[in-house]
Design a protein. Sequence first.
Length: 255
Amino acid sequence: MVEIKTDASLEAMREAGRLVAQALTAARETASVGVSLLELDRAARSVLDEAGAGSPFLDYHPSWAPIPFPAVICASVNDAIVHGIPDGYRLRDGDLVSLDCGAIRDGWVGDSAVSFTVGRARPEDLRLIATAEEALEAGIAAAVVGNRIGDIAHAVGRVCRTAGYGIPDGFGGHGVGRSMHEDPGVPNEGRPGRGMPLRHGMVLAIEPMVIGGGTDGHRTAGDGWTVRTLDGSRASHAEHTVAITDDGPRILTAL
């Protein structure tokens, strides 16, 4: 069931989204060569704690996961696509890092992700990151009243495929509201004009993921959470929580 949010609810979700943006900014500013992923998690956690906000990631335990998620961010490095658990790994020169973060404020959830490099960036990594961001922009531009879910999926997938990258099958965006994952699902590839019509008050997490090697295969690591590329190539992830409104898409997780 898709919940249509009121304008007052959208304002409340904007506050949650702003905290997500601040937490991601704090984590990204902490990232440098030699810094551990746990330190990035602590930086994001301090933002949420100071605001009295909760985390939809911390202790999240879907049926397929062997343990509850132990952090407030997902930190996925190099060939990790999503769901990386922050640990003692210390960032190295040239690493590609994808951070995903959520916040709960007054019962509403925000969800966003960003990718970046640490130290000296490889040109191919910068192109990979830029493509994920371009795909996100295309998906947001398609998130207008009168379009359908398939229009967002098609816009995202077209950018990724045109660049020659893979799209991890089975992963995509989702509705957001009182919980982190709501209906409808938002695929990262699809046919335009298909799927649920977009209405004022719908809120979606649009999140392109791209695989540098051009294949779509992935595997789950031994921790039961981290999703890695099957070919060992690097991946990038970008995400915003977006409200569908009569005035056009509104990014709720913008800084």
